[in-house]
Design a protein around this ligand. Structure first.
Ligand code: PBG
Length: 331
């Protein structure tokens, strides 16, 4: 049967039938707000991130206010990244597991005030290393796998101890999910979830983030190609995800987002596990810059991009636009 018996436009004619046939709908409960925390509690310190207009790094007091907004607008969780400043950076990144460190203090403060808001803690050494790599390096600058995993275990335990709901290793070391899972179990943290950055690409879209956590200058001309994935691969992403699931990940992630929708779809189809996607800093910067120039309708392109993630199989989306999007969705 064909035209005119089939007229695809019939269902598109009116808002009611478009609504009825809509396959995927974006909700505030799909969104995870991303935030950067800095020192300066009690001073209400806020530092704009120049390459991410509209995003500010917040001291813990400001972070609490942001968390309150997330709760108000129905956003289920906050992903937390530390920007601890140059003073605490070291070769061994030991500040990352200091019980009184920035992440741990922020976690305790947030969980005390908003216990219902899920907290996702970044687990990687880059904000804490003098060289800006996600792990510990040898004399040639190569990121060493097992010593780094040992450090990530300490970092995960410190976060779990402080009340973190999800530890989220974003480092791409081999075997870290299994090692962290075992350490958490042994320490009695049986409810701490692991969000594995499983298919994390060596992407140039992370540039603004590296400004925000203060690792860009330290990294200099360095790159992360020996641990993050090659942009040209997607079979490899499935192997990474499969390993992380086997090692005990509760949810997996594809990152960046929009340029990797094909990977997202493959992962969701192959495994059917909770699959998150990260709309990264460079994606935010692109949309924001075009909007500020009056070249794109910000609200429309943001909601379109976020809906595309759901269509491609995402269960949840980490995005700097979470609060804006939640507000726009309610209007
Ligand atoms: C590093 C980390 C990065 C991001 C999250 N965790 C950057 C990197 O790998 O260099 C990027 C997030 C973004 O760009 O928004 N552990």
């Amino acid at each position: 049967m064909n035209f005119p018996a089939i007229r695809m436009r019939r269902m598109r004619r009116d808002a009611f039938s478009r609504a009825l046939m809509r396959e995927h709908t974006l909700l505030p409960t799909d969104l995870i707000m991303v935030a950067f925390v800095i020192e300066g509690e009690g001073e209400g310190k806020r530092e704009p991130v120049p390459s991410m207009p509209g995003v500010e790094r917040l001291s813990i007091d400001g972070l609490l206010a942001l968390a309150g907004e997330c709760v108000e607008w129905g956003i289920p969780a906050l992903a937390l990244f530390p920007s601890p400043g140059p003073a605490v950076k070291s070769e061994d990144a030991a500040e990352a597991w200091n019980p009184q460190g920035l992440m741990q203090r922020a976690t305790r403060a947030l969980k005390a005030k908003y216990p219902q808001l899920g907290l996702i803690g970044d687990v990687a050494l880059d904000p804490y290393t003098t060289h800006g790599q996600d792990g510990l390096i040898d004399e040639n600058g190569y990121v060493m796998n097992e010593p780094t995993v040992e450090a990530l275990i300490k970092m995960s335990l410190a976060q779990a101890e402080a009340g973190m709901d999800f530890v989220a290793p974003s480092d791409m070391m081999d075997g870290r999910i299994g090692a962290i899972r075992e350490a958490l179990e042994n320490a009695g943290h049986i409810h701490t979830r692991i969000l594995a950055y499983s298919a994390k690409y060596a992407s140039a879209f992370y540039g603004p983030f590296r400004d925000a956590v203060g690792s860009a200058a330290n990294l200099g001309k360095g790159n992360k190609h020996t641990y993050q994935m090659d942009v040209g691969n997607s079979d490899e992403a499935l192997r990474e995800v499969e390993l992380d699931i086997a090692e005990g990940a509760d949810a997996v992630m594809v990152k960046p987002g929009l340029p990797y929708l094909d990977v997202l779809r493959r992962v969701k189809d192959a495994f059917g596990v909770p699959t998150f996607v990260y709309q990264v800093s460079g994606e935010y910067a692109m949309l924001k810059a075009a909007a500020q120039n009056g070249w794109l309708d910000e609200r429309a392109v943001v909601l379109e991009s976020l809906t595309a993630f759901k269509r491609a199989g995402a269960d949840a989306i980490l995005t700097y636009y979470a609060l804006d999007a939640a507000r726009w969705l309610r209007e």
